[in-house]
Design a protein around this ligand. Structure first.
Ligand SMILES: Nc1nc2c(c(=O)[nH]1)N[C@H]1C(S)=C(S)[C@@H](COP(=O)(O)O)O[C@H]1N2
Ligand SMILES: [Mo]
Length: 205
């Protein structure tokens, strides 16, 4: 009994230490999932929903909801970090990797940046190298259930290695661009890149 208690305590501490290494500087881990939206939650009829790739491509691409669900999907277990200082470890999603989407189109050599755009008008900008090689996905299930509207359902971009404002909720497409263009929060003083491990929170960090 005592032995079991001790070894459990040890494992608990071990796990706590491992988790601490996954919390970036200035952040703290939370168990709940806070909701942060700059405006009201848009409700788009799935019949009218589509996802588009546009901009610096040989030809734009567009998927209906049914077509999007038919794309190869993956499960992702990732840590997310909000600039308001909460970190949530081991969030579990199902969605389509941005790599899978980009495989379906022909990028022009001029495609170097992108803007994710959403219902409601939210935008966020990213360099192309930050969304490839398994680093970003369009998530439509969270914790085994359809993604809740307040968390960006029916589908949101998730870019776990950058602060969570880069993970556009209610995302409707990605616009590939030659030049970088600041998105919603990036124009209002948030850092253009947003790496939580470098504490790139605000412009000038
Ligand atoms: N479309 C849209 N996406 C958005 C936002 C928003 O206001 N609108 N807020 C961003 C910010 S600042 C954060 S921290 C996360 C919050 O996601 P959550 O509400 O699921 O926690 O969404 C990001 N994506
Ligand atoms: Mo945020």
């Amino acid at each position: 009994m005592t032995e079991r208690f001790v070894s459990r305590g040890f494992l608990g501490k071990h796990r706590a230490a491992a988790a601490a290494n996954r919390v970036p500087p200035g952040q703290h881990a939370v168990d709940d999932f806070p909701v942060l939206s700059a405006g009201p939650t848009p409700r788009t009829d799935l019949e009218k929903w589509s996802f588009s790739l546009e901009g610096e491509l040989a030809k734009p691409a567009r998927w209906s909801w049914a077509e999007f669900l038919a794309l190869p999907a993956q499960e992702f277990v990732v840590d997310i970090h909000c600039v308001t200082k909460w970190t949530k470890l081991d969030t579990r999603w199902k969605g389509v990797s941005v790599d899978t989407l980009l495989e379906q189109v022909e990028l022009r050599p001029t495609a170097r940046y992108l803007t994710a755009f959403s219902d409601g008008g939210y935008t966020t900008n990213l360099p192309l190298p930050d969304v490839v090689n398994g680093q970003a996905f369009i998530g439509y299930e969270y914790d085994g259930k359809p993604l809740a509207p307040e968390h960006g359902g029916p589908a949101r971009l998730v870019v776990p290695h950058l602060y969570f404002w880069k993970s556009a909720k209610w995302v409707r497409g990605l616009r590939l661009m030659e030049k970088d263009k600041r998105g919603f929060w990036e124009s209002l003083g948030y850092n253009n890149h947003g790496d939580p491990w470098k504490e790139e929170r605000y412009t000038g960090d």
